[in-house]
Design a binder for this molecule. Structure first.
Ligand code: 5GP
Ligand code: ZN
Length: 112
């Protein structure tokens, strides 16, 4: 499958892994929309939240269970925003579900 995030997970495209569990990795976004911009990427390929079943919900839950640790590892104690873009209206460009972590500065209070 021609998926850029699957290639990063398999190591076929080099990207520094900043945090990793059995279920997901955290990397720097290649193009920063904030001073700090990371991507949380499940190792299992799926594109959309509307595909979430019992198994995938555990991956999402594990991400949430690790946020305390991730905050510390990425020094995000002053706050951050988590964003999940879904399909065209949100401008999703990579069809492998991922969460953006935006931080490192006071973020705009607008979402658009
Ligand atoms: P989306 O627009 O789908 O929510 O977010 C996809 C994100 O992936 C974008 O912010 C884009 O900068 C990032 N991205 C695309 N290709 C690569 C890559 O090869 N490496 C990294 N680290 N980020 C990428
Ligand atoms: Zn993928």
């Amino acid at each position: 499958m021609d998926c850029i995030f699957c290639k990063i997970i398999k190591g076929e495209i080099k990207s520094e892994i900043l945090y990793e569990t059995n279920d997901f990795i955290v990397i720097n976004d290649i193009s920063h929309m904030a001073n700090k911009h990371y991507l949380i990427i499940p190792k299992k390929h799926f594109a959309y939240l509307n595909e979430v079943d019992e198994e995938k919900s555990k991956i999402i839950a594990n991400i949430m269970l690790n946020m305390n640790d991730i905050e510390k590892a990425l020094k995000l104690e002053e706050g951050y925003r988590l964003v999940i873009n879904q399909r065209s209206n949100a401008g999703q460009t990579v069809n492998h579900l991922h969460m953006h972590i935006l931080g490192g500065e006071k973020l705009s209070d607008k979402f658009n």
